[in-house]
Design a protein around this ligand. Sequence first.
Ligand code: FDA
Length: 302
Amino acid sequence: MINKLISQILPHMPEKLIWQFSKEYIAGKTTEQAFEASRELNRNNTLVTLDILGEFIENMDQAKDNRDQYIDLINTMEATDVKGNYSIKPTMFGLLLDKQTCSDYMRDIVATAAEYDNFVRIDMENSPTVDDTIEIFRRIKAEFPKNVGLVLQAYLKRTRSDIEAMLDLKSDEADLNFRLCKGIYVESPAIAYKKYEEINAHYLEDLEFMFQSGIYPGIATHDKPLIEGALKLIQKYNIPKDRYEFQMLYGVTPKQRQSLADAGHKVRVYVPFGEHWFGYSTRRLKENPAMVTHIVKALFAK
Ligand code: FDA
């Protein structure tokens, strides 16, 4: 009900108003602002993964521009003291328009990060993109085994078999590094678990399978029961602290994140920034209607 209402209201809300609430979840519009936010996180014993906002582009000029922006970001960041890696979204490089060029552009970004011995995570978008994203991941991983990872979504019924099918990519020299999240897109019940309990149960099953298989997981959640479940698995399998990390979104549950970091767990924050903040913000707003209260507050704030 509230979701429907929000979808109806969103297109009519002024961008300025949406920015008021978005700025809590977005590190800024410029690279320098993203670095500043990252340094602050680094000071609190937290790593970052930087994400330039933008997705589902309309032409391949935008794709090339996005590739160039990421390459600039990497070259600039590697010359600073910021500690972190990079996250990319395939549709930002034209996955739905020209798969081969998209794959080449994503490869160029990973190649740039590899020059600095760094790492790029390929985000997972909505279900029609999953097969192509895995295909591109496989291609890039074959060339840069240590420098690329993927995201998997626990709400998709296919995820466990996707993990199993990718075990052939694991080798002694290079980890399989998967971020596990619940999944943020609206998917049909035919292919996705919809209930909170079901998604959480599969999340922990997938995570357990990753630990059993020697995969390095990025445990991406703010959900307390899942974090507790993950900590139990870490204990059960006696997983060393350098064989997993927790990941959270910028601006979300900072206290929870800090208590994990203070307890000595590796923690990484996803730091989105850039001019194209609008799509990211509205998607999060639809996902988490509780955030509407922020907007209402912003309405009355000076
Ligand atoms: P849940 O949604 O149950 O939230 C638990 C609690 O966390 C909430 O009660 C609330 O307190 C807080 N919370 C969660 N989200 C919040 C928000 N946006 N604002 C304020 N509070 C919030 N998805 C995807 O499909 N592809 C991807 O590549 C990624 N990448 C990714 C990276 C990282 C580092 C994270 C943490 C998440 C993603 N996601 C993602 C998003 C993910 O799929 C999921 O939608 C969100 O993380 C919310 O799910 P939780 O596991 O936090 O649980």
